[in-house]
Design a protein around this ligand. Structure first.
Ligand SMILES: *[C@@H]1O[C@H](CO)[C@@H](O)[C@H](O)[C@H]1NC(C)=O
Ligand SMILES: *[C@@H]1O[C@H](CO)[C@@H](O)[C@H](O)[C@H]1NC(C)=O
Ligand SMILES: *[C@@H]1O[C@H](CO)[C@@H](O)[C@H](O)[C@H]1NC(C)=O
Ligand SMILES: *[C@@H]1O[C@H](CO)[C@@H](O)[C@H](O)[C@H]1NC(C)=O
Ligand SMILES: *[C@@H]1O[C@H](CO)[C@@H](O)[C@H](O)[C@H]1NC(C)=O
Ligand SMILES: *[C@@H]1O[C@H](CO)[C@@H](O)[C@H](O)[C@H]1NC(C)=O
Length: 310
């Protein structure tokens, strides 16, 4: 009996140990996956691998973050701002989204949704809970290790909401939609949430600094030890901060005024039988005239031809 109890205790410990070691350390042990820039050339910027704790951001960085990534500023104003990015990475982020900003900023809610995951993966102090580093490489000039490819766990709800908030945004100077420029070869008509994020993570595009595989999850339940990111979506008919106005009707169909459905139904039923009897009558007259005209012209034409040939 005693022996059995000991075996039970031992196997419980072993099982516990197995679970804890077998799992990729993440949720309970959040840390960074990178800090600082390690490779920079004309088109690509890659971050140095780093798996320590987040670091305190300086005040210049905090000011940039307030403007571009306000959700990463802690609610408690007296707390230090801890991030996995330094000021240089934030400046790269701002430069990197400049083109997108110029296209999307006519619809601030859409642009905020676009920025949110970029802010999160670049700077979040909880990076390791939703980012899996797939590939690290060594910069042979400096011997420093950099991150070359990541899997980013994110909910489908966010992907879809982000897509929906931007899909009707116009790009007036060419008479196109924003997604004609931002969904790669698919264009706006064939764009889907998945295709959009696939394109945004494809390193072969110049604007993507390193390969980002967006892994879409059904829920926020952990997958492979990673907790999918689920940022709040701002629908395009809502203000991002209560001050900025929602996106206009031409960029966001849900902002457009809608006729109350009951009135529409009424119109449909009453108009045909009551108010618009006259219209129906006139339409019938018109139809009869058309038929008469066709008959008359066919007759004239054939008799004309007959007189000419005859
Ligand atoms: C920039 O770096 C990437 C990755 O290290 C490399 O594939 C690419 O060819 C480089 N581009 C230029 C212009 O040097
Ligand atoms: C805010 O953070 C400071 C410093 O960490 C702490 O002393 C204080 O209790 C926090 N306040 C609230 C409301 O959490
Ligand atoms: C990089 O590492 C290799 C071997 O570890 C060494 O021979 C070389 O001098 C190092 N280069 C630099 C720039 O530190
Ligand atoms: C997201 O949109 C796709 C279609 O693009 C749909 O198949 C899927 O069910 C949607 N998922 C959620 C969670 O809304
Ligand atoms: C999403 O959830 C449904 C049921 O909740 C499940 O059947 C389906 O396999 C899930 N899909 C993925 C990709 O996890
Ligand atoms: C935005 O649109 C959605 C769906 O069309 C609607 O449910 C929601 O109430 C709207 N929000 C505002 C603030 O009008």
């Amino acid at each position: 009996m005693k022996c059995f109890a000991i075996i039970l205790v031992l196997s419980t410990i072993a099982f516990h140990e197995y679970l804890c070691l077998g799992q990729i350390p993440s949720m309970n042990d959040e840390h960074c996956v990178w800090y600082k820039v390690c490779v920079r050339n004309k088109t690509k910027v890659k971050n140095c691998a780093y798996d320590g704790p987040p670091k305190i951001l300086d005040s210049e960085g905090v000011n940039l973050l307030k403007k571009w990534c306000p959700n990463l500023i802690p609610k408690n104003k007296t707390e230090d701002v801890l991030t996995c990015c330094d000021i240089e990475q934030i400046k790269d982020l701002v430069n990197g989204v400049a083109t997108a900003a110029s296209i999307l900023n006519r619809c601030p809610s859409c642009f905020a949704n676009f920025l949110q995951p970029i802010c999160e993966f670049t700077c979040s102090p909880h990076q390791s809970s939703f980012i899996k580093v797939v590939e690290k490489k060594i910069n042979t000039l400096t011997n420093r290790t950099f991150v070359n490819e990541i899997d980013l766990y994110i909910t489908e709800k966010f992907i879809n909401g982000s897509y929906d908030s931007c899909k009707n945004v116009n790009f007036p100077s060419s008479g196109q939609l924003a997604f004609d420029l931002m969904c790669g070869a698919w264009g706006a008509t064939k764009c889907t949430p998945k295709r959009l994020f696939h394109y945004w993570g494809d390193e072969s595009e110049d604007f993507v600094p390193f390969q980002i595989n967006y892994i879409m999850a059904n829920s926020t339940d952990p997958i492979n030890g990673f907790k999918p990111l689920n940022p709040r979506i701002v629908p395009c008919n809502e203000s991002i901060d209560g001050i900025t106005s929602p996106c206009s009707c031409i960029d966001c169909t849900s902002t457009c005024p809608k006729a109350p459905p009951s009135m529409l139904l009424q119109q449909k039923f009453t108009s045909f039988w009551d108010t618009d009897k006259f219209t129906v009558f006139m339409f019938l007259i018109y139809l009869i005239c058309c038929v008469l005209f066709v008959i008359w012209s066919t007759y004239c034409l054939s008799s004309n031809i007959a007189t000419k040939t005859g």
